[in-house]
Design a protein around this ligand. Sequence first.
Ligand code: NAP
Length: 280
Amino acid sequence: MANIGIVGLGLIGASLAGDLRQLGHQVYGVSRQQTTCDLAVERNLVDRASTDISTLAPCQIIIICTPIDKIVPTIALLAPHLSPETIVTDAGSVKESIVAPATKIWPNFVGGHPMAGKAESGIVAAELGMFRDKPYVVTPIAETNPIAVDKIKSLVESLDCRLFEASPIDHDRAVAWISHLPVMISSSLIHGCLENCPPDLLSLAKGLASSGFKDTSRVGGGNPELGIMMAEYNRTALLDALRAYQQDLAQTIESIDTNHWPKLLAKLARSQAARPEFLE
Ligand code: NAP
């Protein structure tokens, strides 16, 4: 068992903290607001919590779970308080813009990304077991200490996650397709309805919306700050995916516009057959 520090006691940080504490680790939390720290202790998600980052000095492993733009600056603030053996990892949804600068500041840094979430954010949304059976990507680079990688992989496996390893750039290109693109498409779905449905039809549409709309709108109804950072910090890969998707959608429009039903049927049949490959 280890002393594990979590910085950023929000949805991801507090959920990870609770799971790690249940495994028997001593969990030290740090967050921006004292009220969040108090709630984390009250809900038994951490053993102790503070707004003072130097309280993480006794930790062997530290997971940075702040918003994306605060991850590298947080590591810079943390570094003077740590012993050189401390392993620092993060939970950020992008990796290319984080891993190299973080490794420069802290050579024992290993990039990571637990692939689970929900529409709500903050500590109030934290949930035990949220990462069980979910993918967790570890993203070492040539400079990454292999011993630190092995330690983070063991920790990830102890959470019953499905462990993946990828380079930061491959990670960012893959998540552009299966995570960041869906957020933008789903947001456009909701936005498109609001902008284009006449008011009387819109209230009927809202009343009729059921499981299909619930599934397809879920990620578009999530934390806007996270969405904007996905776009800003994974801009190139996300633009590539959005433009390819736009072309694909144009083909669907053409099939319908020209009554080309066999072409549309083939596309729908292919997507029906392939969907399980993404989810199993
Ligand atoms: P969140 O619910 O908004 O939590 C982030 C928490 O960080 C906030 O509650 C805030 O705590 C704290 N914080 C903000 N600035 C801080 C700072 N400078 N120092 C210390 N704490 C700070 O966000 P989240 O969804 O958990 O996302 C956290 C990270 O996980 C992000 O990097 C994101 O990319 C990644 N991630 C998110 C998801 C997802 O689906 N949500 C999935 C995988 C990975 P206070 O309450 O104290 O202000």
